[in-house]
Design a protein around this ligand. Structure first.
Ligand SMILES: O=C(O)CCC(=O)C(=O)O
Length: 279
């Protein structure tokens, strides 16, 4: 039987079981070589062009994003149902996993440090969040697809290992200054083509890019079938109601038009089918 392998930060090859153990204990792992070396540059160029054309600035100075990336740019689509990625997602979230968000994240040289947060639905500043103290369960996975090398210099995402087991995070006023370095923080690093996988509860932050090239990443989130994603969909009743009732903002993920969906690889379609709407 073929042995599936991943790389943790020490670059040692390890099995899916070891990756899962790393995810459970530390809250993250890095899968190497998910996008082949000779294909990753083309994906990076395409995503950079898309962000230049339709991207927006973020709250972090020097960073730009494109939310709902897959509707604008399908260059990453062939890799999203990678065997190792899906084995990990299904082991942690069960069958019928769905992708909740695809977002380009480019940090240009000189960008500032971002704030500590856990991702949706644990970010307490967003309208549709699970109120803290939240239960100790894996409910959403965040992945960041490294389209350029993630190093300490280029601003590999800051993470706090083990923080996913905490029932709170700095977005909820838990006493941790969201802007200050945390004593046990580290950079998630990897070659272009690697994927950082983490429990969405893990505290993380944008790191300064001190290199002379853009650091190009694509956060892709994987959700269990039962997690209600409608609050992310512009125009949905739930989004309107929850945002009106809380007065808070929320991530927005635009629909995938049917003609774009038709071009996606067959093994990726089930991950994105729930997001197809006429615009
Ligand atoms: O770009 C990064 O390194 C981190 C992005 C991030 O914090 C996020 O998408 O929630």
């Amino acid at each position: 039987m073929e042995t599936l392998s991943v790389t943790v930060e020490t670059k040692q090859m390890t099995s899916i079981d070891e990756a899962l153990s790393h995810l459970r204990v530390d809250g993250f792992c890095v899968l190497d070589g998910v996008i082949p070396e000779d294909e990753v540059d083309a994906v990076r160029r395409s995503v950079e062009e898309t962000v230049t054309a339709v991207g927006r600035k973020t709250m972090v100075q020097g960073a730009k994003t494109c939310k709902g990336l897959i509707a604008h740019d399908q260059s990453l689509a062939p890799y999203l149902a990678d065997d190792r990625m899906m084995s990990i997602a299904e082991a942690l979230l069960g069958p019928h996993v769905r992708i909740s968000m695809t977002t380009a994240a480019i940090n240009y040289p000189g960008n500032e440090r971002g704030t500590w947060h856990a991702d949706w639905p644990f970010n307490q500043t967003k309208a549709g969040h699970i109120r803290m103290p939240y239960p100790d369960a894996v409910m959403h996975l965040t992945t960041i697809w490294m389209l350029s090398p993630f190093t300490e210099e280029s601003g590999g995402t800051f993470i706090v290992p083990g923080s996913h087991r905490c029932s709170t995070n700095p977005t909820g006023g838990n006493g941790v200054d969201p802007l200050k370095p945390y004593p046990t923080e580290m950079h998630a690093t990897g070659e272009a083509g690697s994927v950082l996988v983490f429990d969405s509860r893990l505290w993380h932050a944008v790191a300064p890019n001190r290199s002379d090239r853009p650091r190009v990443g694509v956060p892709v989130r994987y959700a269990p079938w039962w997690l209600n994603l409608n609050v992310l969909m512009p125009g949905s009743n739930e989004r309107t109601r929850i945002m009106d009732e809380t007065g808070l903002g929320e991530n927005e993920v635009g629909p995938i038009p049917p003609d774009v969906y038709a071009t996606l690889p067959e093994n990726v379609k089930p991950l994105l089918r729930h997001w197809v709407r006429d615009q």
